[in-house]
Design a protein around this ligand. Sequence first.
Ligand code: FDA
Length: 389
Amino acid sequence: MQVRTLILGAGAAGMMAAAHAGPGTLVVDHAASPGEKIRISGGGRCNFTNLHCGPEAFLGANAHFHKSALARYSQWDFLDLVGRYGIAWHEKTLGQLFCDGKATQIVDMLRQEMAQAGADLWLKTTVAGVTHADGRFRVALDREGRRETVTAGALILATGGKSIPKMGATGLAYDLARQFGHAITETRPALVPLVFEKGRFAGISGVSTPARLSNDRAGFDEALLFTHRGLSGPAILQISSYWREGEEIVANLFPGADLSEVLKSARAAEGRRSLTTELARHLPQRLVAHLGESLDLTGNLADLSDRRIAALTESLTGWRLKPAASEGYRTAEVTLGGIDTDGFDSRTMMSKTLPGLYAIGEALDVTGWLGGYNFQWARASAMAAARHR
Ligand code: FDA
């Protein structure tokens, strides 16, 4: 069978590309349904984009590669599409847009867009091998147990990264890119909970508090969640993308306030109040009790010297934490790193060395922050490739 464009992977990027790549498009996926990560994303409501999506929210070896595609297919373009399908949405926080209903509305919308464009979708189909000769790709596919060979003028790699192997993530895009002479940058789990020594936060598992998590590369003001295994919550997922093994991260448990001033004015107004009672007005009670195991939180506010206030402020706004590891690809929302973007054209996502070969979405070395940025990149890169077809 011959097609004009063969897309490997019917995820967020592959479906979008299939809906816009023009006639003669076939998209294949080894899963039983397309867009599985869309379906489970955002707790089943899909954080489908971000109002503030801009280039600063993305990491990659080339800090400029993603700019052109994101500018040419923006969050506003996707909102137009969502609006045309009458899908209701709301902003949760920090510009993050979620469906009012179910994430499957987004999957259904993309399926409909693909069907209207006449794109074919083969599910339960695995890739047995790819060769390239005379300007065409020859792809051996196993479709529900039957071997099919498809030739295509263009091959779009859209099989994503390595995160959540249980959901069918594989390194196929990396292997094929390598086969055709492209480099792969170091890959690592990102947007991932961080693990601490056994039992470190077990006593306060489930406690959540606003915090600023930072290191010398980045900082994020969001919720911090204590878990049986360590730390999670949006602030940790965000900083995990900037963390490396052996490094510390710093938690400020009073991100919006000057703790030293808070304690001094409380001391002046309510000297007989205990320090723990005062702290529990700003932090969860269980967290205060946990902090009291390693910090001296005894006594009343009136007993606090300026020096002790300064030391407490330092401890609670500059809490140095050294994770042992991350939870790895098992729970990581995305893969940091991937196909080296130096080998691809940023306007078209086409290989600079093998015309007709494209890579889009998470497979490329472009990774967004938490908050709808990764889906926006998947679509923007997909549109760049599709428009070039
Ligand atoms: P994606 O992973 O979507 O698609 C790849 C496709 O290729 C899959 O359908 C897979 O089955 C297929 N495939 C893989 N290997 C194959 C092989 N060997 N043969 C055939 N097919 C193969 N982002 C965001 O912006 N907002 C959010 O709310 C969330 N939430 C979220 C929750 C969870 C739990 C996860 C794991 C991830 C998110 N993300 C997210 C990240 C987002 O899901 C991710 O960045 C995009 O889905 C990437 O889109 P791609 O199309 O590149 O890959």
